[in-house]
Design a protein around this ligand. Structure first.
Ligand code: PEP
Ligand code: MN
Length: 346
């Protein structure tokens, strides 16, 4: 249920409605818009309906949210896109985020050089995995805690917010201490205990779409994080499995405008893991930005041929400034503000 308050509703009236919702064991999630406050009551619909909240002081109307995802629904934010402030940068609404960096943290030199290069090129956040999901159990699976230390150093040095993956709920504290955004890998999109832990950590999340997940399933994954009171959730389209074998995954660009109809949450696109090879990354990025994505998460490495993993798909840092400039142009075509100027002004 969604309780839409009157524009004149006082804080006391809002608090009273929240208390009434809590009294039947449901959770109240507040969404304060410019004009009105909406209260999402998540719990047993029958119990909330029985409260007869439409008669309460300050309440304008009570509307059912029919979608299975409630807090993620566009309706919950009055059909307005959400903008998040993350470590001094913004993403969503008019703001485009360029999240860039290597697939994985390999060494101190590699990570600091990468962070410097990405900052100089105008990326708004820095990515790098300390814990890596690998198809083969024999492949390099990340530097773990040592990798987290190096990411912390990169953040201290450049001021860039850090995006890094959490795979195991047992590492949540260590990752949360360093990450400005916790990434949920495609293979973990439906790991519900992991999503709940991230929700409780309060650290913004970037949830990658599972290889064969529907958009509704992706939004239900987001709902697990939102339900814990963690409001900053971003969705990431990273390519899905189809019958096509000429490239690694099919980047579902249709997901961008469709997600924007379904949800208020920012939509980010990962062209690197979709493509699997460098030559395709720029086209997919430009397509995604022009189609209205709120951001791109892309892999780049100082020396891709020496990369420990995903070398063939990583852009070379030296090519990154030109790439970032083109992505910015495409994002502006879709109505976004320039982001490189904002990054360099910080
Ligand atoms: C990654 O971004 O490092 C990654 C492993 O991506 P995905 O989970 O989308 O495969
Ligand atoms: Mn990778």
């Amino acid at each position: 249920m969604m309780i839409v308050m009157k524009p004149t509703a006082t804080d006391e009236q809002i608090d009273a409605v929240v208390a009434r919702i809590a009294s039947v064991g449901a959770h109240a999630h507040l969404s304060k818009g410019e004009e009105v406050t909406v209260i999402g009551a998540v719990g047993d619909r029958e119990h909330v309906a029985r409260l007869g909240l439409e008669g309460d002081a300050g309440v304008d109307r009570v509307v059912p949210i029919l979608k299975p995802y409630k807090l993620a629904s566009a309706q919950f934010q009055h059909e307005q896109p959400s903008t998040f402030e993350i470590g001094g940068t913004k993403i969503g609404g008019d703001h485009f985020g360029l999240i860039a960096g290597p697939c994985t943290v390999e060494s101190r030199d590699q990570i600091l050089e990468s962070a410097d290069d990405m900052l100089a090129a105008g990326a708004t956040m820095f990515r790098g995995g300390a814990y890596k999901p690998r198809t083969s159990p024999y492949a390099f699976s990340g530097l773990g805690q040592e990798g987290l230390h190096l990411l912390a150093e990169a953040r201290e040095r450049t001021g860039m917010p850090i995006v890094t993956e959490l795979m195991d709920p047992r590492d949540v504290e260590a990752v949360a201490a360093v990450a400005d955004v916790i990434q949920v890998g495609a293979r973990n999109m439906q790991n519900y205990p992991l999503l709940t832990e991230i929700g409780r950590s309060g650290v913004p999340a970037l949830i990658k779409r599972g290889l064969s997940a529907t958009l509704e399933e992706l939004l239900m994954a987001a709902e697990y994080v939102l339900k814990e009171g963690n409001e900053k959730v971003m969705l990431c389209e990273r390519g899905i499995r189809t019958f096509e074998t000429a490239y690694r995954f099919t980047l579902d660009l249709t997901a961008i405008p469709v997600l924007k109809e379904m949800t208020h949450l920012p939509v980010v696109v990962d062209p690197s893991h979709a493509a699997g090879r460098r030559a395709l990354v720029e086209s997919l990025s430009l397509g995604a930005a022009a189609a209205g994505a709120d951001g791109i998460i892309v892999e780049a490495h100082p020396n891709p041929e020496l990369a420990v993993c995903d070398g063939p798909q990583q852009l070379a840092n030296i090519d990154f400034p030109r790439y970032a400039a083109k992505v910015e142009q495409a994002a502006m075509l879709a109505g976004k503000l320039p982001f490189r100027a904002a990054a360099t002004a910080n």
